[in-house]
Design a protein around this ligand. Structure first.
Ligand code: KG4
Ligand code: ZN
Length: 339
C-alpha cells in the first residue's frame, strides 16, 4: 500500500499544497500573495484573508496535478508553526476539516524542520542524492537563522541561532534603505551580480560560538547611506550595484564564518543549506567554494524548494506518518514553535 500525504503550508504569505507519495513528489502548487507589495512587508490580516481565498483552489490543483483522487490520501500534514497566527489558522482549520471528512490522520509539522527536510524529497527522473546523517544545515529565512545538527529525520538540535534579526530580514531591511521594494533579498542578489563586492566594507559582529546577529549591520548600513547621501544626493543611484554586492558579500561572510566554525568543531563535513536565503547566488557560490577548500559534501536545494512550499511539509509529514506520530482534532497552531 502506498503512503500518500497531502501537505498544507500557510505560515506566512504563500498558500501551498503538495502531494508526496512514498517519498516522491507528485505535485507542489504555490499561490503567492501580491497584495503585500504596496505595504513594504507582509500585512498579517491581508495574508490570512488571501489564504482563505486561495486554499481550496490550491488543494484542488495539487490533487488534480498529482493524478490521484482524494480517497487515495493517507494523511494530511499541515504547518502548525512558527508563523503568523491568522495565516496558520487557515491551514490548520482546513486540514482538520479535510482529515475529519475523509476519516484520515492529521499530522502537525514544524515549518523549520520542514525547510531542512526538503533535502529528502525524491523526484522522478532526478538523481535524488540525499544527505547522510549526521549533517549540518544552515537554515536562513526571513524569520530565522540557525545552524542545525541533524541526527535523524526528526532528531535535530539547534547549535547556533540569531539573537536578533534573521539573515533574510537583514537582506530585506538593507534593501529598503536603498529604496528596493519588499522582499528585497532577491533584488539585492540580482543587482549584486553586476557589482563589486569589495567596493564598501561593513563591520562584522562578534557573537559567541555559532550564534548570529544582524541588527548592528543593518544600523551601520543605514548610517553609512544617510551620511553618503548628505555628501552626494545621487549616491544610491550611482552605486546601486556595488552597494548590493558589498552588503550581500558581508551577510554571506557572516553566515559562512559560523558554519565553517561549526563544521570544524563537530567534525561534520556533510553540509546543507535551506530556507529562502539559500536561493542567494552569493551564498550558493560561497558554499561550493568552501566545499572545495574543506572537502565538504554539500547539499543545495533546487530553487523551487528554497522559499516556502508545501512539498517540504508533505515530506516531513511522510516521515512522521511512518512513525505514527499523529495529531488530535483539538490541536491549535503556534506562532512560536521550538523543535
Ligand atoms: O523561507 P522563506 O520563503 O520565508 C520564511 O519562512 O521567512 O524566506 C523568505 C526570505 C526573504 O527574506 C527573502 O528576501 C529571502 O528569503 N530571499 C533571498 C533570496 N530569495 C529569497 N535573499 C537573498 N537572496 C535571494 N536570492
Ligand atoms: Zn519559511
Amino acid at each position: 500500500m502506498s503512503v500518500t500525504i497531502l501537505g498544507i503550508e500557510s505560515s506566512c504569505d504563500d498558500t501551498s499544497a503538495a502531494i508526496i507519495q512514498d517519498g516522491y513528489l507528485l505535485s507542489n502548487i504555490i499561490a503567492n500573495q501580491d497584495v503585500h507589495k504596496a505595504y513594504g512587508g507582509v500585512v498579517p490580516e491581508l495574508a490570512s484573508r488571501a489564504h482563505q481565498q486561495n486554499i481550496i483552489p490550491v488543494v484542488d490543483q495539487a490533487i488534480k496535478k498529482a493524478g490521484i483522487t482524494k480517497e487515495e490520501i493517507s494523511a494530511v500534514a499541515f504547518t502548525r508553526g512558527p508563523g503568523l497566527l491568522g495565516s496558520l489558522l487557515v491551514g490548520t482549520s482546513f486540514s482538520k476539516s479535510f482529515a475529519l471528512a475523509l476519516n484520515i490522520p492529521l499530522v502537525e509539522v514544524n515549518h523549520l524542520q520542514a525547510h531542512i527536510l526538503v533535502h529528502f524529497i525524491k523526484q522522478y527522473k532526478a538523481d535524488n542524492r540525499l544527505p547522510e546523517f549526521p549533517f549540518l544545515c544552515l537554515l536562513v529565512s526571513g524569520g530565522h537563522t540557525q545552524i542545525v545538527l541533524i541526527k535523524d529525520f526528526l532528531d535535530m538540535e539547534i547549535i547556533g541561532q540569531t539573537i536578533d534579526d534573521a539573515g533574510g530580514e537583514a537582506f530585506d531591511k538593507c534593501a529598503k534603505v536603498i529604496g528596493l521594494p519588499y522582499p528585497g533579498g532577491p533584488l539585492i542578489d540580482k543587482n549584486a551580480q553586476q557589482g563589486n563586492k569589495n567596493a564598501f566594507t561593513f563591520n562584522k559582529p562578534r557573537i559567541k560560538e555559532f550564534d548570529y546577529s544582524f541588527s548592528g549591520l543593518k544600523t551601520s548600513f543605514l548610517y553609512f547611506i544617510r551620511d553618503s547621501i548628505k555628501e552626494n544626493p545621487d549616491f544610491i543611484k550611482e552605486n546601486m550595484n556595488d552597494l548590493c554586492a558589498s552588503i550581500q558579500h558581508t551577510i554571506v561572510e557572516i553566515l559562512m564564518d559560523k558554519l565553517i566554525a561549526a563544521s570544524k568543531k563537530t567534525g561534520i563535513k556533510n553540509i546543507a543549506i535551506a530556507g529562502g536565503v539559500s536561493a542567494n547566488s552569493g551564498l550558493r557560490n560561497a558554499i561550493l567554494e568552501t566545499a572545495k577548500k574543506y572537502n565538504w559534501n554539500t547539499f543545495i536545494p533546487e530553487f523551487k524548494f528554497t522559499t516556502d512550499n508545501a512539498a517540504m511539509i508533505a515530506i516531513t509529514g511522510y516521515y512522521k506518518y511512518l512513525n505514527k506520530d499523529f495529531a488530535s482534532q483539538d490541536i491549535a497552531p503556534l506562532a512560536r514553535f521550538q523543535y
